[in-house]
Design a protein around this ligand. Sequence first.
Ligand code: ADP
Ligand code: MG
Length: 255
Amino acid sequence: MTSAIVIRDLHKSFGSLEVLKGVSLDAAEGEVISIIGASGSGKSTLLRCIPLLEVPDSGEIIIGGEALRMRRRHGRPEPADSSQVNRVRGSLGFVFQSFNLWPHMTVLQNLIEAPVHVQKRSRAECVAEAEALLKKVGMAEKRDAYPVHLSGGQQQRAAIARALAMRPRALLFDEPTSSLDPELVGEVLQVIAGLAAEGRTMLIVTHEMSFAAEVSSRAIFLHAGRIEEEGPPKQVFGDPLTERCRSFVARHLNR
Ligand code: ADP
Ligand code: MG
């Protein structure tokens, strides 16, 4: 079976700071991989490299069997084929820590904007699909609300529905609950757990250890730009092999 996402020996520096030091990862279709690690370990950079929001200095990224083409220009890495990048970005749903809905659009407009204007699908079909997705994330009654009138948890659930509206091959979450008030975290995690149960391919950067242990098929502990430990959640969260992972997980489980 073709892997959903393959990353091979990714290196990325910002100036003299080497943030990714040879990271490799292979996500099969339907796999849920949680990525944990201290602040600054390179989790966001790793996730952002996948749709080339950051362009790695070297290494390979293969999405659904298609290798992303990159080149160097004046010493800097850049995408070699912008139409390929746009297509691949459209096939990956990205949900960030901060709520990034378009503020001047209603929830429904947020969901249909890219499917109608980028994917050129019929508006009626997109509206019907958007309504079903809003129902799935418990936001049906907020379809005509503007983001400013939503709680953080509602905004993040709408952002997840917006990502799904693109019919993505895989979903990438970067600390989707880190900006939320504690009482709103659960409703967002519940939606993400539902997607995991549906068999969606997902990479999830999170500090929610017990959630990650529950939903993921595999966990990765990143330390200083390298994968320090990787394995089934039972191992990584329950009985880590490395001392560093053990102390990291212990610190975060007890918060
Ligand atoms: P994490 O998500 O694990 O906290 P990041 O990938 O955001 O880590 O960052 C890893 C390191 O790279 C940090 O030291 C951060 O300051 C640095 N960094 C991230 N993005 C940039 C950037 N665009 N320019 C310069 N430094 C960056
Ligand atoms: Mg980060």
